[in-house]
Ligand binder design. Structure first.
Ligand code: CA
Length: 231
């Protein structure tokens, strides 16, 4: 069972997140205080740390700074909306990701899975879904055994989808992933790149893998009935 440390002083958020993560099969240890959270994190044994920034005792950023002296455990910061400075500082200090409050549990779970996969990526730098195989270390993608030539952005976009198969990712999430949190641009840029990606994959395989969820975003999922076309 994977063990997550949750450092969060808002009892409602902490309870809710604990409940949902436990439901998903994670073991959760909670701390409502920066100093106590740091002590727990330093003892080790966690697969991931969820770290609020505004904490009593010492701030989440300070917890992160001290923790990084001795630990490479994946850390996802929980930040307030518009706290851009905190996000930048957190990432500079070695946070793996951040998520802005209020967040949906699906989004948090997706971020956690991604962070945990990245942690294990050195051992297993390949992702696969249906006919798609992505080698992260070599930066290559194959569909039905045929190489698919992708640009850096297209590769990052497909990687985000392949790291979260079956999970609907919003345009905003994909923007953050591929263009960065401080990129200012229209989210329809995502639609444009999804189109490129679909076209390049379609040349190699007839299976439709990237689905549009209208008004929400995109998901990597095989359409029902596609499998019967395999022959
Ligand atoms: Ca707080």
């Amino acid at each position: 069972m994977q063990k997550i440390l949750l450092v969060e002083d808002e009892p409602n958020i902490a309870r809710f997140v604990e409940l949902e993560l436990s439901h998903e099969g994670y073991e959760v240890v909670k701390s409502a205080d920066g100093r106590a959270g740091l002590e727990l994190a330093e003892k080790g044994g966690f697969d991931l740390v969820l770290l609020d920034i505004m904490l009593p005792g010492i701030s989440g950023l300070e917890v992160l700074r001290r923790l990084r002296r001795q630990s490479e455990v994946p850390v996802i910061m929980l930040t307030a909306r518009d706290a851009v400075t905190d996000k930048v500082t957190g990432l500079d200090m070695g946070a793996d990701d951040y998520i802005t409050k209020p967040f949906s549990i699906e989004e948090l779970l997706a971020r956690i899975r991604t962070a945990l996969r990245k942690k294990g990526a050195k051992a297993l730098p390949r992702l696969s879904f249906g006919p798609l195989v992505m080698d992260i270390a070599r930066h290559t993608v194959e569909a039905d055994g045929e190489p698919v030539e992708l640009t850096g952005r297209e590769f990052s976009l497909l990687q985000a989808l392949m790291e979260n198969p079956g999970i609907v990712l919003s345009r905003e999430t994909l923007m953050d992933r591929v263009w960065g949190y401080n990129f200012v641009g229209e989210t329809n840029l995502v639609d444009v790149y999804i189109r490129y990606l679909r076209a390049k994959i379609a040349v190699k395989t007839p299976r439709r893998l990237i689905q549009t969820i209208r008004g929400v975003g995109y998901v990597l999922r095989e359409e029902p009935g596609d499998a019967s076309c395999d022959g």
